[in-house]
Design a binder for this molecule. Structure first.
Ligand code: PEP
Ligand code: MG
Length: 570
């Protein structure tokens, strides 16, 4: 039995066998072959095995993921059986007496290079198909298993180095009971997705992929951030009990689903949800969300090979607005860059992507992309209570420019006879320290602020939110962060505007008493945290939390703040 300590990324307990989502080692040695006839036969056998495997994957994809995902595997099957590719490989084995692995790799590399150099998107995609198919045949030649999450057909815990947002989105909730990764923090996107999918997760274990083998029994404790490998039956029994208690607690919280969020001394705050796609709305409603405080629209742009059209975006925004039935919906315009890549935009690699050409910076430069999104939003606005916010605003000039573009698109739509709501509020994310410091000036021009602490903390502390080694600097309760938060809230209130928070800190048990005391108006979090937060706030006294907040603002360290919160709320 072994034990790993990581970061609790998504609540709950999961117990199941491990499924390693780790690419196998496909390295091999070049060899000279005497018996070329049996080498060709070995190659053909690998092709046959790959074919059977791909056919099974295609059929499964057809049922579970739909025809367009299945078409990808159909294309792979065509490549696999293409004599134009297999002929030269067999010839190479026969004439050059090289092993099948070397003949396959050399020939495939040549075709990949040829296709990649063509100035034609279709041909470039074929290069990607050849690369995938080569990997599969090579795995059969080497006798190792490729990973294939869409083929998972039993309850598992995924073990991976990291999971991209699109990996996470493809996980089948029915079979994937939990996951654990080597890297990542509470605010990495895999963690955020895990919370919205309600899958218990522990990230940042550093060594999960080294220590866990396929088929090991694993306990993921998403409450404490612990992973137990091949636990004793006693520990499994203990965890089954904790799981039951957690489920019972959820039933208690569920009773608050239709209640307003009011403190013990009758102060109302709004608890909203962060969502990534219209599908997340079910969770928002089931968990009693009073609105959507952050719709991360970049997921619309991910996991595909071209930009979404205005119509596609319009449909998604309309679905969310209608689904929320008049409750507020804050839609954030495209926030791509940093850890959120869009390969098809083919942006040059940067040395410091988190500090680079991203989010509003990209939108102001690539205005076609921005204007398309704004038009879709404006057209959808009459279907509900839309608020728009811009991400990564660093200067007032950026805000003014973005607002002017929005205004231009609005006037064009109105001139063309489109209905556009007259009451769209326009706000910004406060996630760059310069904006927090200058919040009093911004407050004169924006309708609201939403504090993005995931980034605000990383930029204030100069500590990458994904980097495990500097995670000790990622301190939401640091007096420095709390002072910035206070500046933003006070600046909004001085101008009669509202201030919300959509960073993960808003749903954090230790931060909530402080944020209530600082006067935060709207808390936006993973839908699954809402009921717990509501139950916590109902027990807190706002005026007491105000004194607590005033006290901690003058403290020196995070540890002192945590102690003060614990003493005041226990
Ligand atoms: C944030 O930075 O706090 C935020 C909510 O945005 P994201 O996590 O998408 O960067
Ligand atoms: Mg951010």
């Amino acid at each position: 039995m072994a034990f790993l300590q990581g970061i609790a990324a998504s609540n709950g307990i999961a117990i199941a066998k491990a499924y390693r989502l780790v690419e196998p080692n496909l390295s091999f040695e070049n060899k000279t072959i005497e018996d070329t006839t049996s080498e060709v036969a070995r190659f053909q056998a690998a092709i046959e095995k790959s074919k059977a495997e791909l056919e099974a994957i295609r059929d499964r994809a057809q049922v579970e993921l739909g025809a367009d995902k299945a078409a990808i595997f159909e294309a792979h099957l065509l490549v696999l059986t293409d004599p134009e590719l297999n002929g030269p490989i067999e010839d190479k084995i026969k004439t050059e007496k090289v092993n099948a692995e070397a003949a396959l790799k050399d020939t495939a590399d040549m075709f990949v290079m040829m296709f990649e150099q063509m100035d034609n998107e279709y041909m470039k995609e074929r290069a990607a198909d050849i690369r995938d198919v080569t990997k599969r045949v090579l795995s059969h030649l080497l006798g190792v298993q490729l990973v294939n999450p869409s083929m998972i057909a039993e309850e598992v815990i995924i073990v991976a180095e990291d999971l991209t947002p699109s990996d996470t989105a493809q996980l089948n909730r029915q079979y994937v009971l939990g996951f654990t990764t080597d890297i990542g923090g509470r605010t990495s996107h895999s963690a955020i997705m895990a919370r919205s999918m309600e899958i218990p997760a522990v990230v940042g274990t550093k060594t999960a992929t080294e220590e866990i083998n396929n088929g090991d029994l694993v306990i993921v404790d998403g409450l404490k951030g612990e992973v137990h490998i091949n636990p004793t039956p006693e520990l499994v029994a203990e965890y089954r009990k904790i799981h039951e208690q957690f489920e019972a607690q959820k039933i208690e919280w569920a009773k608050l689903v239709n209640e307003k969020t009011v403190s013990a001394d009758d102060h109302h705050v709004e608890l909203a949800a962060n969502i990534g796609t219209p599908n997340d709305l079910k969770g928002v409603i089931a968990n009693g969300g009073e609105g959507v405080g952050l719709y991360r629209t970049e997921f619309l742009y991910m996991g595909r090979d071209q930009l979404p059209t205005e119509e596609e975006q319009f449909d998604a925004y309309k679905a969310v607005l209608e689904g929320m039935n008049g409750k507020p919906v804050v839609v954030r315009t495209l926030d791509i860059g940093g850890d959120k890549e869009l390969p098809y935009l083919q942006l040059p690699k940067e040395l410091n992507p988190f500090l680079g050409f991203r989010a509003i910076r990209l939108c102001l430069e690539e205005q076609d992309i921005f204007r398309t999104q704004l038009r879709a939003l404006l057209r959808a606005s009459s279907y509900g209570n839309l608020k728009i916010m811009f991400p990564m605003i660093a200067t007032l000039d950026e805000f003014r420019e973005a607002k002017a573009i929005l205004e231009e698109e609005k006037q064009k739509l109105i001139a063309a006879g489109q209905t556009v709501s007259e009451r769209i509020e326009l706000g910004i994310m406060v996630e760059i320290p310069s904006t927090a410091v200058l919040a009093d000036q911004f407050a004169k021009e924006v309708d609201f602020f939403s504090i993005g602490t995931n980034d605000l903390i990383q930029y204030t502390m100069a500590a990458d939110r994904m980097n495990q080694r500097v995670s000790y600097l990622y301190q939401p309760y640091s007096p420095s962060i709390l002072r910035l938060v206070k500046m933003v809230i006070d600046a909004a209130h001085a101008e009669g505007k509202w201030a919300g928070m959509c960073g993960e800190m808003a749903g954090d048990e230790t931060a909530i008493p402080l944020l209530l005391g600082l006067g935060l108006d709207e808390f936006s979090m993973s839908a699954t945290s809402i009921l717990k937060a509501r139950s916590q706030i109902k027990k807190l006294n706002k005026s007491e939390m105000e004194s607590l907040a005033n006290q901690v603002l003058n403290m020196q360290t995070t540890a002192q703040v945590i102690e003060a919160v614990n003493n005041a709320t226990k």
